[in-house]
Design a protein around this ligand. Structure first.
Ligand SMILES: [Zn+2]
Length: 251
């Protein structure tokens, strides 16, 4: 029962995440604006707005005008539910579970918004820097990467310096922006959590993810295709976090 509760709580949060994904890039209100059908603009009643179940009951079509509901809703709710369930299984205390649930909410927002809009909101990345440093200073034992605050600080400086330099050189040589400023702050934010060793793993894994993205999304071989690198970084971070939690022994 507790397993289901955590999973379904995740699905509800996932539903909210998707609202943010749709509205934040358009600068719309995320709390007070009611849900409207994207086609006929009718308000969506609560019983058609139940995470996961409504989609299944309505067989993927909206209750008002039978418009096909974007499958993304369902996928985001399902994935958030699964992540919350995994956090519940892996982490010991409720406080730790809540911290990592919140961390995953921020990561999912970054991953999905960058995937859909190629935007990384700096406020999320600064939150990661800030929370990462606080966790490693006060409660380093709950961070699966198990690093010291010194390691975190040095890695933030090295990673952002390194990528800042790369961006500078790339612009100098190629005369175009290869890396967004948002990418650099995000890298700093993630490395505040990972420390140096896993920062290197993160680079390798996110490059691989980026290449996979390129082949999956750029079917027309568009030369100007922009890889959602923030999204690749976020996914790689979650994979490494679970890897670290399961396989690193904390002495
Ligand atoms: Zn409608």
């Amino acid at each position: 029962m507790l397993y289901f509760f955590n999973f379904y709580f995740g699905a509800i949060v996932g539903s909210f995440i998707y609202v943010c994904v749709l509205r934040l890039p358009k600068d719309e209100d995320i709390v007070f604006k009611k849900s409207y059908c994207e086609r006929c603009n009718k308000e969506i009643p609560w019983f058609y707005n139940i995470p996961l179940f409504s989609f299944l009951f309505l067989k993927g079509r909206s209750g008002c005008c039978q418009e096909k509901i974007n499958l993304d809703y369902f996928v985001v709710e399902l994935i958030t539910g699964l992540l919350f369930l995994i956090n519940f299984i892996l982490f010991d205390s409720y406080l730790t579970i809540i911290i990592f649930d919140l961390l995953h909410v921020i990561l999912l927002l970054i991953i999905i918004i960058d995937y859909k809009n190629r935007i990384i909101f700096d406020v999320f990345s600064y939150t990661l820097i800030f929370t990462g440093l606080i966790i490693n200073y006060f409660f380093s034992s709950i961070n699966p990467y198990n690093i010291t605050i010194l390691d975190a600080l040095i890695t933030v400086i090295i990673s952002s310096g390194l990528f800042g330099l790369l961006k500078f050189l790339y612009k100098k040589i190629k005369k175009i922006d290869g890396l967004g400023g948002g990418d650099i702050i995000l890298i700093a934010g993630l490395s505040a959590w990972t420390g140096f060793k896993f920062f290197l793993y993160l680079l390798i894994l996110s490059s691989v993810t980026g290449i996979v993205y390129y082949y999956l999304l750029n079917k027309n071989k568009d030369e100007n295709f922009e890889i959602p690198f923030g999204s690749s970084l976020g996914i790689s971070f979650i994979v490494l976090l679970y890897y670290a939690k399961c396989f690193i022994k904390i002495y």
